[in-house]
Unconditional design. Sequence first.
Lengths: 146, 733
Amino acid sequence: MNVPFTVNGESVEVDGHAMERLLDVLRTQLGLTGTKEGCGEGECGACTVLLDGEPVLSCLVPLLQCTGRRIETVESLSEGPARTFLERFVATGGVQCGACTPGIVVTAWALLQRSPAPTEAETREALAGNLCRCTGYEGILRAIKS
Amino acid sequence: MIGIGESPPRPDGFAKVTGAARYVDDVTFPGMMHGATVRSPHPHARILAIRWFPERAPAGALCLTAADLPGPNGVQLIDDGWPILAADTVRHVGEPVALVAAPTLLAARQALAAVEVDYEPLPTVLDMDDPEPLPPLYEIGMDSGNVEAGLAQAAHVIEGEWRTGHQEHIYIECQGMIAWEEDEGITVLGSMQCPYYVHKALVHAFDLLPERARVRVSAVGGGFGGKEDFPSALAIHAALLAKASGNPVKMIYDRHEDIVATTKRHPAIVRHRAGVDADGRLLALDIEILMDGGAYGTLSSVVLSRALLHSFGPYRCPNVRIRGKVLRTHTAPNSAFRGFGAPQVEFALERQMDKIARAVGLDPLEIRLRNVVEPGDRLPTGQVLDGSTSARLCLEEAASRTRFRERWLELEEARSRQDGHGPMRGIGISLYFHGAGFTGNGERRMKSPVTVRLVEDGRIEILTAMTDMGQGCGAVFTQIAAAAAGVGPEDLVFAEPDTAAVPDSGPTVASRTTMIVGNLIARAVSELRDRVLASHGDENRFRHFRDIAREYRRTEGPLEITLHHEPPETQAFDESTYQGAAYPTYAWGSDVVEVEVDPDTLAVRPLHVTAVCEVGRAIHPTLCAGQIEGGTLQAIGWALMEEVKLDKGRYLNDRLATYIIPTILDTPRMDIHLLERPWEGGPFGAKGVGELPMDGGAPAVAQAIENATGVMVTGIPATPERLLRWTAEGQRV
């Protein structure tokens, strides 16, 4: 079936199975490989993208559910207002291996959009679904705090 | 110019935060097929038959078994005892039995169903408590002084048995590899720590000339030791399918497969018999180390070696006897994991010190202060410690930053008044060390080279086989080379790790990258700079190096320098007696952890961690602290929640929903303090840091739980279930 939606501001129409994972559609059909798979069952958060501005786990979102909706992936953050935040994320040691990073920066950016100066407790709550095995989360907390 | 001790943005950072960095699963090739693995459901069984039904498989699928191997059926590491594919016997659940490839990932998974295997189950040995164990895989020991005499003099002899469990790496990027035929040989691209290990394994398995195997490294989404040896096996699998199909073949494990099939940290049982005098000073340590190696040897012999050499800890003890064994079981092979045997034995020793302290009537800080090694002391290996020995400094700094003694006493007192209501608090301290670089004569045998050369545009190209699995060696090498050559980062270019281009500067393991390879880079670029400047007159003094270098390259031709690491003669080690300098230097640390324990559920929440570490000079303090932050959290996860559960050799928790690692909500606040004491043997004073932070978190957590609850923590993970059982059994301090 053909499913129309927008990705990073561009209209696309994807021909695929209704239950195909959004993660696979993004990575293989649309070539947006910035979104990563860490577990494939919604536990690690590496595949987080924004669906109408809200963080979702793209490994759990079927293609059909995207009909007419707005998807933003990590690639959309590289230019525009998020850029300064991303540079800070690197500077504070928020990134090491980088495999969890796309999901974390997408989640953190969504948090900063709704709460520009989040408390530490808010930050921890917002990122509770994103596993990082490298940083001990300290560099990530520093990036969001600064 | 960026100096040593500054923290510039890491060169790969922006590509990683924008999703532009290319990991192996982000790469595709025209005509690429996907591979998948048929795995044993049995922990031990004879393979009676393997049948492939192509008519049941998707079009274009193919299947390979051990019968199709072109060369020896072994993954070459230290030896080649680890089968590429099980031939007639499987020895663990998840062991590869056959490989399939098909045009799509879905088709490859469907093709698995077209393979039938008949097994005849055989008797199993599933853990180290089995009364009828298999012959051990490895056995080593060391003696120093006279243990029996030491024990005979002791005022107290204290025994302890300390247990640690498996730990799964959970790098967020699972194992992955792509292989294809190229130039009458094989090329692989993948996620790995050690391209030359993979190279050696391919040459062995396919009986290739070394120049016919080429190994390239993609961006690596975490390693922690898990991508030290396993990628060698995966590369062979992908290459077998690529050769058989004539197409590039990609193999990416999903999380379930990665947990079931790949290596883990060795579970350990460490038994201590310690003699101390009336003041708590160690007179003798009699240590038995048992590690579960799983079904095959992998790197277990060197893990055990490192375990022996860290089992006496940063303490003085005149009489030591250590006996170590790697036992064989019908479980997936265990191998490298950050710390490489040291975390298990240092957990045991630190627990033993706590038990001694209580027996003698000292607090945990005092027992350590009385036994800590100082410069000039002799380790049981005979190595005399030099001025870079900072155990006492770390311990005192950690204690004073946290007011440890007052707080511990206060909480001991509070425990005695505990009424079973309200959360219980506890604090714990640990002292630890980690030998940097390969154990014993490893570095001397490798003589690892680094090459630097002048590029035509006057930049310096640096060629090493080191991989950046997240630790940031790209940033650190840039700083080291820039400072040593007196140039800016823009004057440097780093070759991608590709065995067709870079020399074998050794594996990215053993906390050796900054210290050993960084030092070679510093020496090589200095020599290159000196050669370029010496060829020109004094009038060049004020010109930019790059301009001089460009001119040099044009007039004098190519300039390339290769230097090999040669450990100093003072670092000699006898591998038969375990006497000598096992490591050129040690990094030191002390952790203080405060926890809260729920009196009803016995769930432990770590509240705050202070880690004081001495790793020489921090080249890039943000990345250096990042190693300690991440390693400390891995240690806390191992101590409290990470548990591989096996039932009859089968995994009960082979998913991230059930194998739990710390989330940001489980993570305590961390105060990382680097005690910077430059060490003359490392580049600009740096020692190794990567593994050190794995050694100290778990024993500090265990001691804090005892301080809070009075329950003696004899093993980890200290889950609520274990704490409840120990409480019921009256296992108290």
